[in-house]
Write a protein that binds this ligand. Structure first.
Ligand SMILES: CC(C)(COP(=O)(O)OP(=O)(O)OC[C@H]1O[C@@H](n2cnc3c(N)ncnc32)[C@H](O)[C@@H]1OP(=O)(O)O)[C@@H](O)C(=O)NCCC(=O)NCCS
Length: 284
């Protein structure tokens, strides 16, 4: 299973699959292409064997920057109740929290009991409305005359930020000194342009390179990132730099993905660590 940000070209395929998933073609105004053009950073798709199995389209409110909104979510009927959409929601929570959001909003039809049950399970609360359907608060003319909607809100907590599913936050387990660190500091260009997929592929490839010891990587909402990879020797670092697929990534990086970057190769002479509840290591 592979979760990635959506791309513009996904729109046509997703429109086709949701017709099968929902049993009807959504009207073009329900899921217009603009979401796949302008909200890539907060919209995600899950692929398996090259096929879409789930997706989520959402964004950060421009009017209320502390609020995020999930506009559309879909999952293949054979893959429901397997935690797929929960994982997409958690990825979305993490992405919008990094952009400063403290709450997520969703609206759904009062007839969609599955969606109401799912959102309640996911910790969303129903906001007070001006009417009720089967004991559920609704806003009666929310989307126009007679277009009732249940309004959900989910507050994001700090704990979720710390426990976000990204493995990039995990500290590398490096061996006794000496070893080598490659510090790659970069500023991204706007848009994804295939970057996230290639970044995942590079981490996987590097992990299988001789001499690879670990990696730590972070990127902020402004696109400034620091990735430190650890290696047993300078020879291993050189071999990785010359890896064929890595050379392709380096070329595209210069052409499309980076405004600027600096790579620094260092020898680690000393290392200290701290782990709350665990043993610290003094290696000096
Ligand atoms: C509603 C929907 C998006 C949920 O996706 P999903 O991948 O099946 O949900 P998950 O497996 O991630 O479920 C997460 C949790 O919600 C619960 N849940 C999901 N659907 C539920 C339902 N219909 N009734 C009760 N609980 C439900 C799951 O049991 C799970 O709980 P757990 O964490 O305790 O195990 C999906 O079933 C769907 O697409 N339904 C049809 C279309 C639709 O209603 N779209 C929503 C428009 S807003």
């Amino acid at each position: 299973m592979h979760i990635r940000n959506v791309r513009e070209e996904d729109h046509a395929s997703i429109i086709t699959v949701i017709e099968d998933w929902l049993g009807c073609r959504p009207t073009p105004d329900m899921l217009p292409k603009l979401f796949f053009q302008h909200f890539q950073e907060t919209s995600f798709a899950v692929e398996e064997n090259g096929q879409f199995v789930a997706f989520l389209v959402g964004f950060v409110s421009q009017t209320h920057p502390e609020q995020a909104y999930i506009h559309f979510v879909g999952v293949h009927p054979d893959r429901r109740k397997q935690g797929l959409v929960k994982e997409l929601y958690e990825r979305f929570f993490s992405a919008v929290q990094e952009r400063g959001c403290t709450e997520v909003h969703v609206v759904t039809s009062p007839m969609n009991m599955g969606s109401i049950a799912f959102h309640t399970r996911m910790g969303f609360e129903i906001e007070p409305g001006d009417g009720e359907v089967d004991g559920v608060q609704v806003k009666t003319d929310y989307d126009g005359h007679g277009q009732r909607r249940v309004q959900f809100v989910r507050r994001l907590t700090m704990a979720e930020k710390v426990e976000r599913p990204h493995s990039e936050t995990i500290l590398a387990q490096t061996p006794e000194k000496p070893y080598y660190a490659v510090i790659f500091t970069s500023v991204r260009t706007p848009g994804d342009n295939g970057y996230a997929d290639m970044a995942d592929e590079m981490v996987e490839l590097a992990q299988n390179q001789p001499g690879f010891l670990g990696i730590e990587s972070v990127r902020d909402a402004d696109g400034i990132g620091i990735t430190v990879s650890y290696w047993d020797s300078e020879e291993s670092i050189r071999a990785w730099k010359e890896n064929g697929r890595h050379l392709v990534a380096q070329k595209i990086g210069r052409e499309k993905w980076y405004e600027s970057f600096v790579t620094r190769v260092c020898r680690v002479e000393r290392a200290y660590d701290f782990n709350r509840g665990g043993q610290g290591r003094l290696d000096g």
